[in-house]
Ligand binder design. Structure first.
Ligand code: NAD
Length: 457
């Protein structure tokens, strides 16, 4: 977490309240010059061929590998997730980097289509300068999702990490800048003021991951010049538990996916619809497992749930919880007050779909369970949201058909929503506008251009 003044961004450990250090805020008036440097560097970067750019990006892997432990500790220090989660995030990113770049190289290679009379070559060219604006909840992985395909395509990038995690963003940029030409990747520090200035500035493409509200703002601001945008936004993911589900497997998943990263995950399970017939047993198992979770400083051994990222994030979760109780929800476990930025993982039952806690993104450690009397009712309630990021269905044979009825972009059957390697990370409805990953996701950071000639030529 952090506090911003006009000139300094002070990063603070949310577990202890201690300052980690500060970085200089990029003045809004200085952003024009940042873009000038990006445009100046872009031509030469784009003139390298795809393989040369991929090769150069891969040179950052040993640099990041050497610093992985230090960056993992920074993730925990700046945003509070446990050390296992922080290290896990960085290791996952670094260990997968070579494979990801190979996948991007295949996606962006020219493609030929020959219909017998015309031979066309599709080139995946850069747009120019790409802005990457990212959130704090996966401070290492989120910037990578944007900067890798954008840079590989020949764009230069100006990245702005969340104001909550400036040091993780800086560490990532520093590692790449040891191997990239000057100006190809630049970093801007600041909050939404800098974000807005970047969106309004001299860029050609905006890759944004964050809240739906900020995404709406960016889309309309970018519309003035028809700048390209790729938005990965918030969610309100449902989980449906059918009456023939493996109750233990479903409860294990519900607990893990509601409370991982203290519930601060875009694809956290935020609503659970459970069949009446198994609801008693399911609720009891979820409550039992939740009550056993160890909450504390994410740097300490044995802690499973760290603090929330900030006092503001905690206040927003507590406000939703209090409103839900006023509206008649029952606390099945948790909800005991905690000091600092900590929130005791809480299970609510007796909910209805019109309560704010079932409609607005919570982004905190609350599992909300509602009973349903049929598959159709579960699907109808699950789809009754403007969000459409992830979803999960636990059950037997009917589970896949139920999954196909859901309007989310990624749906897991008897597992989380993450797909096989090479599949996109995609939000439907208001959870996304464009998407990342997989062949088509990588290509969204490119301008397709078609050169055609007669086959007889
Ligand atoms: P946020 O929208 O408040 O901020 C995200 C980034 O945008 C920050 O860098 C911030 O400074 C900047 N920003 C804020 N308002 C802006 C504006 N109007 N113009 C330009 N930049 C602006 O989100 P957050 O609190 O950092 O992150 C949590 C949100 O991110 C949740 O809604 C979560 O679901 C979402 N998220 C989505 C995904 C996904 O893949 N779909 C992944 C991670 C997080």
């Amino acid at each position: 977490m952090s506090t911003a003044t006009a000139t300094e961004l002070v990063s603070t450990n949310p577990a202890t309240g201690e300052a980690i250090g500060s970085v200089p805020v990029t003045p809004v008036e200085g952003i024009g010059e940042v873009f000038e440097r990006s445009h100046a560097a872009q031509g030469a970067w784009a003139r390298l061929n795809l393989d040369e750019r991929i090769e150069m990006l891969k040179r950052a892997i040993p640099v990041l590998d050497k610093r992985a432990e230090q960056i993992g500790a920074l993730v925990t220090a700046e945003m509070g997730k446990t050390i296992a989660e922080g290290m896990g995030e960085v290791r996952y990113g670094v260990d997968g980097l070579a494979g990801k770049l190979d996948e991007i190289a295949v996606a962006l290679a020219p493609e030929t289509i020959n219909d017998g009379s015309t031979k066309s070559t599709l080139y995946h060219d850069p747009f120019g300068v790409c802005v990457a604006i990212t959130p704090w909840n996966f401070p290492f992985l989120m910037p990578l999702q944007i900067i890798l395909p954008a840079l590989a395509a020949g764009n230069t990038v100006v990245m702005k990490p969340s104001e909550m995690v400036p040091f993780v963003g800086q560490a990532l940029a520093d590692a790449f800048n040891e191997v990239l030409p000057t100006g190809v990747l630049q970093i801007v520090h600041g909050d939404d003021e800098q974000g807005k200035a970047l969106v309004a500035g001299n860029c050609n493409l905006i890759g944004f991951t964050g809240s739906r509200a900020a995404g709406q703002h960016i889309l309309s601001a970018a519309g003035r010049d028809l700048k390209r945008v790729v938005l990965e936004l918030g969610g309100k993911d449902p989980m449906i538990v059918l009456e023939d589900a493996d109750i233990n497997a479903a409860a294990n998943f519900a607990v893990r996916n509601s409370f991982r990263n203290c519930g601060q995950v875009c694809v956290s399970t935020e609503r659970i619809y459970v069949a009446d017939a198994i609801a008693d047993e399911f609720e009891a198992e979820v409550a039992k497992q939740t009550a056993a979770l160890v909450v504390g400083n994410g740097s300490d051994d044995g802690v499973e749930i760290g603090p929330m990222v900030s006092a503001e994030q905690k206040a927003s979760v507590i406000a939703q919880l209090e409103q839900a109780k006023k509206d008649g929800a029952t606390v099945a476990c948790g909800d005991e007050p905690m000091d600092g930025n900590y929130v005791r993982p809480t299970v609510l039952t007796g909910l209805t779909n019109d309560m704010p806690i079932m409609r607005d993104e919570t982004f905190g450690p609350v599992a909300c369970i509602m009973r349903v009397s049929s598959d159709d009712q579960a699907v109808r309630l699950a789809n009754d949201t403007p969000y459409g990021l992830g979803a999960a269905v636990f059950g037997g044979e009917r589970a896949e058909a139920v999954a196909r009825g859901l309007t989310a972009g990624m749906i897991g059957v008897n597992q989380g929503c993450g797909g096989a390697s090479g599949t996109p990370w995609v939000g439907a409805k208001q959870s996304g506008y464009g998407y990342h990953g997989g062949r088509e996701g990588h290509r969204q950071f490119t301008q397709v251009r078609v050169v055609s000639r007669p086959c007889s030529d």
